[in-house]
Design a protein around this ligand. Structure first.
Ligand SMILES: *[C@@H]1O[C@H](CO)[C@@H](O)[C@H](O)[C@H]1NC(C)=O
Ligand SMILES: *[C@@H]1O[C@H](CO)[C@@H](O)[C@H](O)[C@H]1NC(C)=O
Ligand SMILES: *[C@@H]1O[C@H](CO)[C@@H](O)[C@H](O)[C@H]1NC(C)=O
Length: 482
């Protein structure tokens, strides 16, 4: 089963969430959303946490075999045995030692540094052991235990936790994706945990119209979902998602020809469970400049009104930027057999504005994220605990030290070499090869074009993107197979 969970970052509900009392915040637009905007001394940090796919498994046993979902059978070779904090790059869920360790770490290091938490679900173990079928009771128990701990760590401190709307079993995430991607002006980003692979992709207006649910899943979210990284490496089919993404990116229109109205970005964060890679979480920074000023609110309202007027003037029929090569040859849409084709789809109006926080960095715009990981999870044990470290960040090196205003990442949560403003090019390249100014749609497209164009100057960033996707699985698995 595809562990797909998702959450929509809807601007108004975030505004509500950031100031609401510590209860779960429903993802609906409150009628008085604007009145609940943070005002003076909002105390906002300008950061939130994205946590996904913890998958605690109370049946996990140390020194067990991947083939039993780490429930039984001690392998002869030591390096094939599950470790105290889990089995990296494997097909097993998280031991409670790992989920506890992660939440304890977040409590100590991040609970005071974020405004809210986005929790895109999957709080039960997978049903992947025929000898030990998962029961509804167990799912409830695991969910309750996770919620209780999340509550202790965050909600009880006044930090709202915004849970995922549901998983693949409950919702049809695909059709929601289609619907929500039309609201580029208020939805600033879409966060998923999907197959636990670190990546991003675009949805275009035309994709959302053309594809029905199943096609959508296959075309955009497809990746073999039955195998662990270990299996994949053995079949060396492991790189297919990276390659198809790069290919997609290579087909993007040139900057001058891009209609930004057409695009929305899907961010897929890797998981806490080390299946099939390593435990991770993300800390996003967002723009809070001006939030405490008088009049920020009025400005926002005025802007909205202006946009509404503009939109009314705009003709709903727009031409679209990106053309799928080969698909948009002259098609006679009057012919019956062509009516259902991509070229003849109806073009719906989209809610987009170049002034929206998804397009221009302004109050609420996501500025970037830092991703933390646990590279030594397979080596650590009771006496030698693993360490969360910065894996990479999307920011530019210089933006880590803004001088005044909000620091995107607290300095104490950076590696030593990044804590001073004295830049060394090496560390910038190592931890921050993207150097993105913000996470507006234009910035994402800029990165995608660099990733898509196989020229010499892009070789490093392309290699790093791949490495982040697979989190060193290639090297680790080579060692395993020796
Ligand atoms: C994990 O934490 C829970 C709740 O704090 C505790 O009851 C449980 O014993 C812990 N388990 C392990 C394996 O550390
Ligand atoms: C944040 O938004 C303000 C406008 O409100 C803008 O001037 C500033 O450049 C933005 N900051 C970043 C880091 O993008
Ligand atoms: C920055 O680092 C370099 C090399 O480590 C050092 O030579 C230089 O003095 C440092 N500059 C400042 C302003 O600290």
């Amino acid at each position: 089963m595809v562990p797909l969970s998702l959450l929509w970052l809807v601007l108004p509900s975030l505004l509500g969430a950031a100031t609401a009392s510590p209860v779960q915040v429903p993802l609906v637009l409150p009628a008085d959303a604007e009145e609940t905007l943070p005002r003076k001394n909002s105390g906002l940090k300008g950061r939130f946490l994205h946590l996904t796919d913890m998958h605690p498994d109370p049946h996990f046993r140390v020194d067990s075999a991947e083939s039993t979902a780490c429930h039984r059978r001690k392998p002869k070779k030591e390096k094939e045995r599950s470790a105290y904090f889990g089995l990296p790059y494997g097909d097993c869920d998280s031991p409670l030692t790992l989920t506890n360790f992660t939440l304890d770490f977040l409590e100590k290091h991040w609970a005071k540094e974020v405004d809210f938490v986005i929790w895109t679900g999957d709080s039960a173990r997978h049903d992947n052991d025929r000898e030990l079928p998962r029961t509804p009771d167990e799912i409830y128990t695991l969910n309750r235990a996770m919620v209780q701990r999340m509550n202790e760590v965050f909600t009880s401190r006044g930090i709202p936790v915004v849970p995922s709307l549901g998983n693949n079993d409950v919702w049809r995430p695909n059709s929601i994706t289609n619907e929500f991607s039309k609201y580029q002006d208020t939805i600033l980003g879409q966060l998923f945990g999907h197959m636990n692979v670190d990546h991003f992709f675009f949805l275009q207006q035309e994709d959302t119209i053309l594809l029905d649910d199943d096609e959508f899943t296959e075309s955009r979210l497809s990746i073999s979902d039955s195998t662990s990284a270990r299996d994949d490496a053995q079949e060396s089919s492991h790189s297919s998602l990276a390659e198809s993404l790069m290919e997609d990116f290579s087909e993007l229109p040139k900057k001058a020809k891009t209609d930004l109205d057409d695009f929305s970005v899907i961010n897929v964060g890797p998981s806490v469970v080390p299946n099939p890679y390593l435990p991770t979480f993300r800390v996003f920074a967002y723009n809070i400049s001006g939030v405490e000023e008088d009049g920020a609110l009025e400005e926002l309202k005025k802007k909205k009104k202006k946009e509404k007027k503009k939109k009314e003037k705009k003709t709903p029929k727009r031409k679209h930027g990106h053309k799928h090569p080969g698909k948009e040859a002259e098609v006679d849409c009057k012919k019956k057999e062509n009516r259902e084709t991509w070229a003849c789809r109806p073009k719906k109006p989209q809610y987009a504005s170049p002034d929206a926080p998804s397009r221009t960095s302004t109050l609420w715009t996501p500025l970037g994220y830092a991703q933390y990981w646990l590279p030594d999870v397979g080596k650590a044990d009771k006496s030698e605990k693993p360490k969360f470290r910065l894996e990479y960040a999307t920011f530019a090196r210089s933006s880590l030290h803004p001088g005044s205003g909000a620091y995107p990442i607290p300095l104490k949560e950076l590696p030593m070499s990044l804590r001073t403003a004295n830049e060394t090019a090496e560390d910038g390249q190592k931890y921050m090869p993207y150097g993105l100014r913000d996470l507006t749609i234009g910035s994402w497209l800029g990165l995608a074009r660099r990733l898509g164009e196989a020229k010499k100057g892009n070789a490093k960033v392309r290699a790093q993107f791949r490495q982040y996707m697979y989190q060193g699985a290639e090297q680790a698995l080579m060692a395993l197979m020796e």
